[in-house]
Design a protein around this ligand. Structure first.
Ligand code: SF4
Ligand code: SF4
Length: 153
């Protein structure tokens, strides 16, 4: 479900613009408010919903589960670290979902810029950034030759 902005709630802070991975949240130069320039290109990641301090961003329900007369409201509550969804069907039924935004305290995860720069050898490694430490499983598991199907190697 792509997002849209309630321009009367938006204060133009630009957090959604900074966080959007699809670069489709823009600030309207006349009204100084954010808007989704291309809903078809929305990843539906809801990073903008989680980032908006004004609760100004909402999403459009797809016609197959939310036909005319529906509403889908989403609310981020930073103090509770939750994101809540309220779906109202056109026959009046309502469903509410609450999910944690994160499972660790705010500020407890180091930003990429706080890690030392990767070495040239690390750039050629198969491991992703901060692996294997970030996985907290010690060394990465690897198949041994005797575990492979006979005849393949
Ligand atoms: Fe961008 Fe994700 Fe928001 Fe879509 S849901 S506008 S991709 S941040
Ligand atoms: Fe507007 Fe919210 Fe985006 Fe800030 S984060 S520009 S208040 S929609």
């Amino acid at each position: 479900m792509p997002t849209f902005v309630y321009m009367t709630s938006c204060d133009g802070c630009g957090y959604c613009v900074d966080v959007c991975p699809s670069d489709i949240m823009h600030i309207d130069t006349t009204y100084r408010r954010a808007y989704n320039i291309e809903p078809n290109m929305c990843w539906e990641c809801y990073s903008c919903v989680k980032a908006c301090p004004q609760h100004a961003i909402d999403c459009r329900g797809y016609a197959d589960f939310a036909p005319l007369g529906h509403s889908v409201r989403v609310r981020r509550e930073e103090e509770k670290a939750t994101i809540s969804w309220r779906i109202r069907f056109r026959d009046g039924r309502e469903k509410n979902f609450v999910s944690p935004i994160r499972t660790t305290p705010w500020g407890s995860i180091k930003a990429p810029s706080e890690y030392p720069e990767p070495t040239a050898a690390a750039m050629n490694s198969q491991e992703l950034a901060h692996e294997p430490e970030a996985l907290k499983i010690g060394a990465l598991p690897a198949l041994k030759r005797d575990q492979l199907k006979q005849g393949l190697v």
